[in-house]
Design a protein around this ligand. Structure first.
Ligand code: ACO
Length: 378
């Protein structure tokens, strides 16, 4: 087949058949393996959702118990990985630390190059369990705190909060973070998943797959938007300033962070759930950010919703993370702690029927140029 037209951003171009998740952007619907995200957010846990995404079905009680127990055994980092984190500059971005750590972790597991069923299972457990530990450890080390040993008796969300803050995690906050992880675990063929699938198609090992996806996620047009939403809300400062500032931004053609999506042309279903938690947490703490966010949402919707530009997952997630005590520059890393499961599910799916990605280009440069010796170049 020969396609001659360039499709900027590959908009609307299917690059793989996938059975992992489905988005209906007109009807605000997201499903993982056929299960509605709202149902999963209400009834499931991050661990159960991970099993669902990786194995394509909900686990039995026994399967889930084994999956949780086996996973918690892979939480600890090798001391040399902790030393690596200690050597990184403390002013570096946590996403950079995470991207540096992931292939380094992989170097300890020679079987990473031979992805049989058991090796795939182990790589998935290690990556899912260790990413939150890297994020929490890097944060503690850069702020001069002692690194903590992960606790196998807590779930992934609870252990992350424990390691980050050094105190027993509160069950309400743990459950809210658990739901955030469910909501961010997978989202069809977005930029980071595509990046991961391209690398997977070369038969690179899963630590490289995840590392490339992390790089793609870090950008402000993708996972980095959640940090910027909070910075924007802080700048706006009060609900009364929202309308004027949003109109100024739209007139100046500045993007409103946390708004717009390639697929959703109505509100992102994840944003609706996160909005509820943002309100609950901000009312509890007395934070003014929820009211500012609602005023910004209203003002931006007045000018953008006719064009199908609506709040996306990042609009309220930063607010929730801030209220959970997560430092602002760790927000995208928390997104990555969840999305690693989706990337791994796509890695496995890519290998089931692999062909290396090798698109083409439309050459628009010069041809047949003569080589001018350096002393004769003007
Ligand atoms: N604020 C203002 N205008 C916007 C916004 C926005 N947030 N998003 C899109 N638009 C406008 C663009 O300026 C453009 O207008 P034009 O046609 O007059 O030039 C038009 O809508 C189309 O925008 P594109 O950027 O081409 O749309 P695309 O589908 O490529 O981009 C994207 C989607 C990147 C998410 C975009 O909406 C955006 O940059 N949003 C802000 C960043 C953000 O929130 N990213 C997180 C996305 S969710 C996630 O990745 C987890």
């Amino acid at each position: 087949m020969s396609v001659t037209e360039i499709v900027p951003g590959l908009e609307g171009v299917p690059i793989a058949a996938s059975a992992i998740s489905r988005v209906d952007g007109q009807n605000s619907l997201l499903e993982y393996r056929g299960l509605n995200i709202e149902t999963l957010a209400e009834h499931s846990t991050f661990e159960e959702t991970n099993f669902l995404l990786l194995y394509g079905k909900l686990p039995t009680r026994r399967e889930l118990d084994d999956f949780i127990r086996d996973g918690a055994r892979h939480r600890r980092l090798k001391y040399r990985v902790i030393d690596l984190l200690k050597c990184l500059p403390e002013h570096g971005h946590p996403m950079e630390a995470l991207q540096a750590a992931v292939p380094a972790i992989g170097m300890f597991y020679p079987e990473r190059y031979h992805p049989g069923t058991e090796q795939k299972r182990l790589s998935c457990l290690r990556l899912i369990e260790k990413l939150p530990v890297v994020v929490a450890s890097f944060h503690r080390l850069r702020t001069g705190d002692d690194n903590l040993i992960p606790r196998p008796d807590l779930n992934i969300a609870g252990n992350f909060l424990y390691m980050l803050r050094g105190e027993e995690p509160d069950p309400v906050r743990t459950r809210i973070l658990d739901v955030c992880l469910i909501l961010h675990a997978e989202h069809t063929m977005n930029a980071s998943t595509f990046a991961g699938r391209v690398v997977a198609s070369t038969l690179a090992h899963p630590y490289c797959v995840v590392s490339s996806a992390l790089g793609a996620l870090s950008g402000p047009l993708h996972g980095g938007a959640n940090e910027q939403v909070l910075t924007m809300l802080e700048r706006i400062g009060s609900p009364a300033n929202a309308r004027a500032e949003i109109r100024r931004m739209v007139e100046a053609k500045e993007k409103i962070m946390g708004f717009g999506h390639r697929v959703y042309k109505t509100i992102d279903p994840r944003a609706k759930i996160l909005k509820k938690y943002a309100e609950q947490l901000c009312r509890r703490s007395g934070s003014r950010f929820y009211d500012i966010a609602v005023a910004v949402e209203e003002a931006a919707s007045e000018v953008l919703s006719d064009r199908g530009i609506c709040p996306n997952v990042d609009f309220y997630s930063g607010l929730v993370y801030a209220e959970l005590g997560i430092p602002r520059d760790c927000f995208t890393s928390v997104f990555a702690m969840a999305r690693v499961t989706g990337w791994l599910a796509h890695w496995i799916e890519q290998l089931e029927d692999n062909r290396i990605f090798r698109p083409t280009q439309k050459y628009v440069g010069r041809s047949g140029e003569s080589y001018v010796p350096i002393e004769r170049r003007g």
